[in-house]
Design a protein around this ligand. Structure first.
Ligand SMILES: NC(=O)c1ccc[n+]([C@@H]2O[C@H](COP(=O)([O-])OP(=O)(O)OC[C@H]3O[C@@H](n4cnc5c(N)ncnc54)[C@H](O)[C@@H]3O)[C@@H](O)[C@H]2O)c1
Length: 214
């Protein structure tokens, strides 16, 4: 993409969807954009960070602006991957029991896709630096156990939750960040505010996906 932008020569702003995973297991929660050092713990997070570096170098070298968004977990209609969709599929197969990867205590921030889009549009409009970095997330966290309960409730099932126990202190998988909340003060100071908190976003996304697939 960056090569295509360089060759075209007419692109004003390049937008990159990076991820909260660039922060790794951050010692500061909520984590601000200027948190350092960035030590991703997954290959996914490290490729996002490498992409950020390339975006910055290309923007400075070839004279275009870039906006980098570090997204929390984005949920909403039409999602066909991620924790909500996975749990719905598992519960369709077995409505009595749901297996959760890890210890279920992974605690993260979830944002509704509509809030994410508003944030992205505002970020592009308000960006002033050659390369501007914005966190995008909600203002609170929810754990996986609570997500499972919300989804089971929305599907009308009474389920027994079981846990795989996970790896490395209850992570769902190697490289799973257990505790994530982004400091969204930078975008809020420009006039954005999420309408939904994490639970509301999960519930709205669950209702929407259930409507789509049933
Ligand atoms: N969903 C999240 O919670 C989240 C969080 C952090 C970062 N991100 C990043 O945001 C981006 C979008 O995520 P998503 O969850 O919407 O993913 P997604 O898989 O739902 O959507 C990706 C889209 O890209 C399209 N696509 C894939 N390869 C393409 C190609 N070669 N040319 C044109 N289109 C192509 C797919 O058809 C799909 O519509 C990704 O880069 C992801 O890493 C997502």
């Amino acid at each position: 993409m960056l090569e295509a932008v360089r060759k075209a020569g007419s692109v004003k702003t390049f937008v990159f969807t990076s991820s909260s995973t660039v922060y790794g297991d951050a010692s500061r929660i909520p984590t601000p954009e200027d948190y350092a050092p960035l030590k991703p713990i997954s290959v996914y997070g490290s490729t996002k960070l490498a992409c950020e570096a390339m975006v910055s170098a290309y923007a400075h070298t070839y004279g275009f602006n870039a906006v980098i968004y570090r997204l929390a977990n984005i949920v909403g209609p039409r999602a066909r991957h991620g924790v909500i969709y996975d749990f719905i599929l598992k519960l369709r197969k077995n409505k009595n029991q749901l297996e959760i990867l890890g210890d279920g205590k992974q605690t993260k921030s979830y944002l509704h896709v509509n809030d994410c889009i508003q944030a992205m549009l505002l970020g592009v409009e308000k960006a002033r630096e050659r390369v501007e970095v914005f966190n995008i997330g909600s203002e609170n966290q929810v754990n996986v156990q609570t997500i499972a309960k919300i989804i089971a409730e929305e599907m009308g099932f009474k389920v027994k939750l079981t846990y795989t126990g996970g790896v490395d202190g209850g992570r769902g998988w190697v490289g799973d960040v257990k505790n994530m909340l982004l400091d969204i003060g930078k975008l809020k100071s420009l006039g954005w505010k999420p309408r939904f908190n994490s639970e509301q976003a999960i519930r709205a996304a669950t209702k929407a996906i259930l409507r789509e697939i049933y």
